[in-house]
Design a protein around this ligand. Structure first.
Ligand code: ATP
Length: 654
């Protein structure tokens, strides 16, 4: 496989197709950066039972403080207490300075983890065992090996790429099949190559198919299970969070493309691995696991594990972000975590869009925090060691998809698109030597601030719909994913911007009939995935309220105060309707952060005319500048103006 050039022309083919290589792929192939891992997970049997319990938990009066003792298993586990007293209101400690240096973990401890793993898929990465072949034989390391172990650990952490981009294709759904849509995505078996077959019309109205080829770190087809998705994405970074890494995994893509389906099982699987490590590898080392789950809806934060109580985000003098009032639950078994996740999912805001009847209208953020108590006891608050954040982004949609939606849906869409734009900018800056990350572009990026700095890892799962009707969205998603990768510092060809942006559309007349209509229908294909779907079924809750029934008044004195619960429960809640002013709304400092474009440093593509390259570069530069300006303008524009809403909704986010 050509790991150098990004454009491939296939011999024998009448056309040259553009193949877009994700740089990380190249990196990974050459250096084995991403670790092969395997199907450690098991079915937790999350199914029907969970949904029931979620519903029963939800049935409480939203105006009253949550009675978590309602959950039998929560009651059962004495260990599983909220970080500040029994389910008391806590403070998500996002402070990176609040981390503690760990005693070094020996290589054989990693061995234990890695030995549980076997490669799932062959093609994408050069398989690199998690522990080097000269692993230490003894279970107890001699003193003089500690340094070596420490270096090895560091290397291991460094060997996991900063950004990994994975694409997941879902099967055609019933609607698409009924509309006789074709499956326009082909994925080469055991490879990371993906081709989009776009049907186009010539000027004489004859149809032809244009191929767009991409390469990513991993490409998962419709038959890939959620277990395999986990193995490919999150599992390799689980051990890193014991080593002071903050990792973020998020799914993005068009509404209805499978983001929620993909994201929902991941935290549970990760929790199981984390607990396994805690109970075996890191036994008696004082590690604790905490779970929190909140959503960002309409630019505001709501605690999904606390009856959607409104949360305040504050920043201290050191620009550390605190989420005041967020419940964090100390957990020690998978069963409890499952219940919490189900509770959060059930509480999440969903609505109906043109493309998805049960569309997520909020960004849901589930965080697994590893903390460690200094003395191994609970007398002192545990300190944050590492964190794994899972983000199920709200579906992106454009104006064209929202014509039949009401104003509220369009408002939601505008807000969603605004934060997706901001996220895009942060990811660009993240690994790109930019001194300043534009966190303040949105609430989403603000709360993720600490995940973008320091030793961080990001996994992006690009979800795509296979139907011909989604072609434009799919191409946008894939181009965005490719672009993020190509701008990454960690990649040797990060400056190869033009290769990423070169969608040189050589095309060939290609009879449509030769494209195989996807035979697999949604149900036939779904033995396993249907089960998973059932297991992680999101209970229907069409919550279109603009704000939760309860609002928390955050007084200035209250923030970052561990005793906030008391003040909250002592009547500081107010019944309110409609959007509420965010007490910590900040001016955007976005303007300074746009328009960053690396100049291409090397010409890896020979077949493209120089003039074409510079034309396309110019176009991209102009696009980025335009995007920056638009976001800036949007930030300062009144959301209520219909025209502005429409303008933003029409923006292509991906
Ligand atoms: N890989 C898959 N296998 C089987 N079914 C899938 C898969 N991906 C998605 N689906 C199904 O497609 C539908 C839409 O998926 P999902 O709700 O996850 O989309 P989404 O991208 O989260 O949408 P939105 O952004 O609007 O919330 C669901 O019914 C889901 O079960």
């Amino acid at each position: 496989m050509n790991a150098v050039g990004r454009q491939v022309s296939r011999s024998g083919s009448t056309a040259h197709h553009h193949r877009q290589y994700s740089d990380n792929f190249i990196d990974a192939s050459l250096h084995g950066k991403w670790l092969q891992s395997a199907n450690l997970s098991q079915d937790f049997g999350v199914g029907a039972r969970g949904s029931r319990s979620s519903r029963s938990l939800l049935s409480s009066n939203p105006g009253t403080p949550p009675l978590y003792s309602r959950s039998s298993s929560l009651r059962r586990n004495e260990d599983d207490q909220a970080s500040h007293g029994l389910f008391g209101s806590g403070l998500l400690d996002l402070h990176s300075f609040d981390t503690e240096l760990l005693p070094q973990v020996s290589s054989n401890q990693y061995d234990e983890y890695s030995s549980l793993h076997q490669p799932v898929r062959g093609g994408s990465f050069v398989s690199e065992p998690y522990v080097s072949s000269d692993k230490l034989n003894d279970h107890i390391l001699p003193e003089n090996n500690l340094l070596r172990s420490s270096i090895a650990d560091k290397e291991r952490v460094n060997n996991v790429a900063k950004i990994k981009v994975v694409v997941r294709k879902r099967p055609l759904n019933r609607k698409e099949i009924a509309k006789k849509e074709q499956d326009i995505i082909t994925i080469e078996p055991n490879s990371s190559f993906l081709t989009v077959h776009e049907t186009k019309l010539k000027v004489d109205l004859t149809e032809y198919v244009e191929k767009h080829e991409f390469v990513f770190d991993a490409v998962l087809n419709e038959s890939v299970s959620n277990d395999e998705v986990y193995s490919e994405t999150v599992q390799p970074i689980v051990p890193l969070i014991f080593n002071r890494t903050k990792a973020t995994c998020f799914a993005y893509g068009q509404t209805g493309s499978g983001k929620t389906y993909t994201m929902q099982p991941l935290p549970l699987k990760a929790s199981q691995d984390i607990l396994r490590l805690m109970h075996h590898t890191y036994q008696n080392q004082g590690f604790q696991l905490f779970v929190s789950f909140f959503e960002i809806y309409g630019g505001k934060l709501f605690d999904l594990l606390n009856d959607r109580r409104k949360l305040c985000m504050r920043e201290d003098g050191k620009q550390q972000v605190c989420i005041v009032g967020l419940q964090e639950y100390k957990v020690s078994n998978v069963e409890t975590i499952r219940e919490l996740i189900e509770l959060g999912n059930a509480t999440r805001s969903t609505g109906t869009t043109g493309a998805n009847e049960e569309s997520s209208r909020s960004h849901a953020i589930l965080q697994l925090a590893i903390k460690r108590s200094v003395d191994g006891k609970d007398s002192k608050p545990a300190r944050l060691i590492g964190k794994l954040s899972f983000i199920d982004l709200a579906g992106s949609e454009r104006g064209a998809d929202t014509t039949d939606n009401d104003k509220q849906t369009r408002m939601e869409g505008a807000e969603i698109n605004k934060s997706l734009l901001a996220l895009k900018e942060c990811i660009r800056a993240l690994d790109n030597d930019q001194g300043h990350i534009p966190f303040r572009g949105s609430k989403l990026t603000e709360v993720l601030r600490d995940s973008f700095v320091g030793d961080s890892r990001t996994v992006m799962i690009s979800c795509i719909s296979p139907g011909s009707g989604s072609c434009e969205h799919t191409l946008n998603t894939l181009r965005y994913a490719d672009r993020v990768k190509s701008l990454s510092k960690g990649n040797s060809s990060k400056k190869d911007l033009m290769s990423s942006s070169l969608n040189i559309r050589d095309s060939t007349t290609f009879p449509l009939s030769s494209l195989s209509m996807a035979e697999s229908n949604f149900e036939n294909n779904m033995d396993e995935t249907a089960n998973e779907k059932k297991n992680f079924l999101r209970p229907k809750r069409t919550n279109r309220e603009a704000s939760p029934p309860i609002n928390v008044d955050c007084t200035d004195g209250g923030w970052c105060d561990g005793n906030l619960a008391e003040s909250l429960y002592s009547g500081a809640y107010k019944q309110q309707k409609g959007f509420l002013q965010d007490p910590v709304s900040k001016d955007s400092d976005y303007s300074a952060d746009h328009n960053v474009l690396e100049k291409p440093s090397r010409m890896s593509i020979n077949k493209v005319e120089t003039s074409q390259i510079s034309d396309i570069e110019d176009k991209h530069r102009a696009e980025i500048q335009l995007e920056g300006r638009e976001l800036q303008e949007f930030d300062t524009t009144n959301l209520h103006l219909e025209n502005d809403l429409n303008a933003l909704l029409k923006r292509k986010i991906w």
